[in-house]
Ligand binder design. Structure first.
Ligand SMILES: [Zn+2]
Length: 480
């Protein structure tokens, strides 16, 4: 796939890729489902243990809207720069599928709760704005479990209704995305914003599910359904671009259809021709009154936290750190909080370098979150570095040791003897090395610059790497 993406780059610009995304976000930080009181903490329990007549769609059961779900949706809408509608209405979307036993899904149609927003992301060249068409509320259907893996190979399918009735917010973008990489960045940014809002736990499986519409040169679009990861979205889109491109080159036509992304095989397969809105016979859900939400928005707006873009700007002005560091440090709420705790006690610029450039890399490498490292340890480490007590090389070693074996910086430095060698010790080592290696000294004096490197190496060996390399170099050159 990687080679394909490289070959594709120039072609992408020529053919005019248009990508629009629909993201189903589970508001799983709610306590209960959207229209009934069934609790959402079902992930550790067996299938079909968190259900009731409402979320099973039994005849005669009546839905009651979860007020908190409406508040969360408004919160997300505001954070995505959307307008909140005057009033919002639920509709029935009619279709039969085993995961939806009542034969329709309660969703929104003409009066979505939020519309006309945007998110700014890092595009191929500079910042670009991806418009949000709308965000609407709906209920999650049950979960189908295809025994034996993929949908087209399994012999039978099981259904778990624990998920049925979980509050979803479907966020629909305009087709403003121009490449699979941009799609991934959009999804990362969205996840980041949702993390700041604390309305969804994105670590739970299926908490953010993506459908992607894609077309080339304004031709027909295909829709790829139910992509479960951001990396999967990028791969599915790359596959679709290649598939559509080859089809067009052979003189074929892209038909409007729904396709399924087989994550294991990395291919999309045709599911059905694309349905139209009128196929669903949308009509207002008479069991739920329309909600006047315009009055809710101002109050909820006041509860919005500082969002990633604003926080990034504040980091740049308040802590005088670079844009790149600010971007990296605010890309996850927990990391930004961690940074602020550390920056309150030590030099913010030095803290930014060690958290953004070193710690984050070491965490990624080990697939760990920021909570694997204590902010107090980072404070201690930055103090050691700022006080010139350890070398940068030792600083990296301290971080690695703590992540792999535990301990605090002071403990690791003591256990490994990482304290910088005192200046007397270094001076003595330089003197020794110079007297022990007259040949190298002579070489240098005859113009062989690289002889210094050899002498430096000898000094570092004698001081067991606890001397500052740049300083040692200066001392040797001054001395000879
Ligand atoms: Zn229920």
């Amino acid at each position: 796939m990687r080679e394909e993406s490289l070959k594709l780059r120039p072609y992408l610009d020529e053919v005019g890729v248009m990508i629009g995304l629909e993201i189903h976000v589970q508001l799983n930080k709610l306590n209960t489902k959207i229209f009934c009181g069934c609790p959402l903490d079902y992930h550790d329990d067996g299938p079909n243990t968190h259900t009731c007549p409402v979320c099973l769609g039994l005849p005669g059961s009546l839905p009651v809207i979860n007020r908190k779900a409406v508040e969360y949706s408004i919160k997300v809408g505001l954070a995505l720069n959307c307008s909140i509608e005057e009033h919002t209405q639920f509709y029935r979307k009619n279709y039969y599928y085993p995961d939806l036993p009542k034969g329709f899904q309660i969703t929104q149609y003409d009066y979505p709760i939020a519309s006309s927003g945007y998110i700014n992301i890092e595009g191929e060249d500079g910042e670009v704005r991806i418009r949000i068409n709308r965000a609407h509320m709906e209920e999650d259907p049950g979960r189908l479990v295809h025994e034996g893996g993929s949908i087209e190979r399994s012999k039978y399918t099981l259904i778990d209704y624990n998920r049925s009735g979980v509050a979803l917010l479907e966020i629909v973008t305009e087709p403003d995305i121009r490449s699979p990489k941009e799609a991934r960045r959009f999804l990362d940014k969205l996840r980041n914003i949702l993390g700041y809002l604390d309305v969804v736990d994105t670590t739970l499986e299926g908490s953010m599910r993506v459908d992607a519409n894609i077309s080339l040169s304004g031709g027909s679009r295909s829709e790829v359904k139910n992509i479960s990861s951001h990396k999967g979205a990028e791969r599915a889109l790359l596959f679709e671009i290649v598939r559509q491109k080859n089809l067009l080159r052979r003189g074929g036509k892209v038909v409007q259809e729904t396709r399924h992304f087989d994550e294991a095989r990395g291919v999309t397969v045709s599911l059905r021709t694309k349905e139209e809105a009128h196929d669903y016979r949308y009509f207002p859900e008479a069991d739920l009154v329309s909600l006047r939400v315009a009055d809710w928005a101002p109050g909820i707006a006041k509860t919005l936290p500082e969002l990633p873009d604003a926080r990034r700007q504040r980091f740049i002005t308040h802590y005088s750190i670079t844009d790149d560091h600010a971007k990296s440090l605010t890309s996850e709420k927990q990391v930004a909080d961690f940074y602020e705790q550390v920056a309150a006690e030590v030099d913010p610029k030095l803290a930014a370098v060690w958290i953004a450039d070193v710690l984050k890399g070491e965490l990624n490498y080990r697939d760990l979150g920021i909570d694997a490292f204590a902010s107090a340890s980072m404070v201690q480490l930055v103090k050691l570095l700022a006080g010139d007590k350890i070398t940068e090389q030792s600083g990296v070693e301290v971080i690695r040791t703590i992540l792999d074996e535990g301990g605090t910086p002071d403990e690791v430095v003591a256990a490994k003897g990482l304290l910088k060698a005192g200046s007397d010790l270094v001076t003595a080592a330089v003197e020794e090395v110079i007297s022990e290696n007259p040949g190298a000294v002579e070489d240098y004096q005859n113009g062989k610059q690289e002889a210094v490197n050899f002498l430096m190496g000898q000094v570092m060996k004698k001081t067991k790497g606890r001397a500052d390399a740049k300083e040692v170099r200066k001392m040797i050159i001054q001395r000879i």
